[in-house]
Write a protein that binds this ligand. Structure first.
Ligand code: SF4
Length: 453
């Protein structure tokens, strides 16, 4: 009987892309996807430690799996991702029912065990067993990764790790130093994704602008854009995340020059106050950030810009927070992802006094959300009546769902099968978080030149 796996992913798109690779490798070992965790032989938790809330979700899931494992001792539980550091003994003590831990980007440890090639397969990891019944302890709240294969918009990790050391951030401690993948490997991966039905690929890196600096031939993100632009069938290339101190002019120019590279930038500012930026060790000033945004907008006039903001980090005063609000008002981002600071173990800031009370953090978060909702509403209103090329990614509540070149979410109705098509949609309604529209008569979508799985 074919053994089945179930993958539960928390966190960022990089984790999602890692999970896709795990899935592909498990499929290569002859395993097939399970519909639910209860019906799986192998459950993989791909974890995130960027915020305390993400870790709590994993601990909750591990608690559910403890019950399931009690009923099904043959079940294999593997935990990977950013919660697994060099020393994961505390995690192992808290979750003794986990069979295997593997660090980010080291999922071959898992695949090796499954394949029985990592120095012998311990009995507990022997997957060649008959299944027992299903339990009811695990709620299926994961993304069914197998459903992602064949989707028009896919992720591709081009590098991992980060050489910076922002004082609040645990990523460098868990994902290590920057390691880029060779351009030729990435082009091969992108071709495979296109063969599976992808029309858009998002290139992912912790600081994606630094792609290639560690490779012998020192390619950069712009040369990677060029290499991928030549792939037939690949219509759109996106990239994230950028760092304000690392974004070269060549990348901005390449976005303007290469039609397949979408004019959307994700440039986290984190704070609008210089003293706070110094405490965060971000490596730029507010003025430098503003100049970068001006440069992006002058070279790529239709650019949409998203940012990340942390509120309530150690010692953040009302005046410092006010500077962040002012920056948001001035820059008028398309999207602001805002998070409350939570100390992460082993980071530099973890030793500092987490002195902004939780209700103040929450109030600041809501203040950012309010300001940004107003700005996003105003910006999106400007799309009314425009015709936007939308890549249709799927359906939600019976309507087509897709994204514009600038990454705006669009919903519309149309009787035709449109997944994977780029459809001109006239915008008829706008809101803070999405647009709605209709396909003008006498306009047909571009035909898909390859199979949609
Ligand atoms: S740039 Fe800073 S916030 Fe981003 S991953 Fe690196 S250390 Fe973390």
């Amino acid at each position: 009987m074919t053994k089945r796996y179930f993958i539960w992913t928390v966190g960022c798109q990089m984790n999602e892309a890692d999970s896709e690779r795990i899935e592909r490798d498990l499929a290569g070992q002859g395993l097939s996807p399970a519909e639910t965790a209860e019906s799986a032989d192998l459950i993989v938790l791909n974890t995130c430690s960027v915020r305390a809330a993400a870790e709590e979700r994993t601990y909750g899931k591990l608690g559910e799996l403890r019950d399931l494992k009690r009923r099904r001792p043959d079940l294999i539980v593997a935990v990977g991702g950013c919660m697994v550091g060099a020393d994961h003994s505390a995690l192992a003590r808290r979750a003794p029912h986990v069979d295997l831990f593997f660090r980010p980007q080291q999922h071959q440890t898992l695949i090796g065990r499954v394949a029985g090639t990592a120095g012998g397969v311990p009995a507990r990891l022997d997957l060649d067993v008959e299944l027992g019944g299903t339990g009811d302890g695990c709620v299926d709240d994961s993304i069914a990764l197998s459903a992602r294969i064949g989707r028009p918009a896919r992720f591709l990790n081009v590098m991992s790790g980060c050489n910076r050391a922002c004082t609040y951030c645990i990523v460098p401690l868990r994902r290590g130093r920057e390691t880029s993948r060779p351009t030729s490997d990435l082009a091969e991966d992108a071709r495979r994704l296109v063969a599976e039905g992808a029309r858009e690929v998002t290139l992912l890196g912790q600081i994606v602008d630094r792609y290639g600096r560690d490779l012998p031939d020192r390619p950069d993100l712009a040369t990677l854009f060029e290499a991928l632009s030549s792939i037939e069938g690949l219509q759109r290339i996106r990239f994230l995340t950028s760092h304000p101190a690392d974004m070269p002019e060549r990348v901005i120019d390449a976005v303007a020059r290469l039609p397949k590279v979408m004019p959307h930038f994700n440039i986290p500012v984190q704070s609008g106050d210089d003293a706070m930026l110094r405490r965060m060790r971000r490596g730029y000033t507010v003025e430098r950030y503003r100049r970068l945004i001006d440069r992006v907008r002058s070279v790529v006039p239709d650019a949409t810009i998203a940012t990340d903001v942390i509120v309530g980090m150690c010692g953040e005063t009302e005046a410092e927070f006010g500077n962040t609000l002012r920056l948001i008002e001035d820059v008028r981002f398309d999207v602001v992802h805002v998070a409350m600071y939570s100390p992460r173990p082993e980071t530099r800031a973890a030793a500092w006094n987490d002195d902004v009370p939780p209700d103040v953090k929450r109030a600041r978060l809501h203040a950012v959300e309010e300001v940004q909702e107003r700005i996003s509403t105003q910006i999106n209103h400007g799309y009314l009546g425009r015709i936007e090329p939308v890549l249709v990614e799927g359906t939600r509540r019976g309507r087509w769902e897709g994204r514009t070149q600038g990454n705006k979410l669009v919903f519309f109705d149309d009787p035709r099968p449109l997944v994977g098509e780029i459809v001109p949609v006239q915008i008829t309604r706008t809101g803070a978080w999405s647009l709605q529209g209709e396909v003008p008569r006498a306009v047909t979508p571009e035909r898909h030149r390859f199979a949609i799985v």
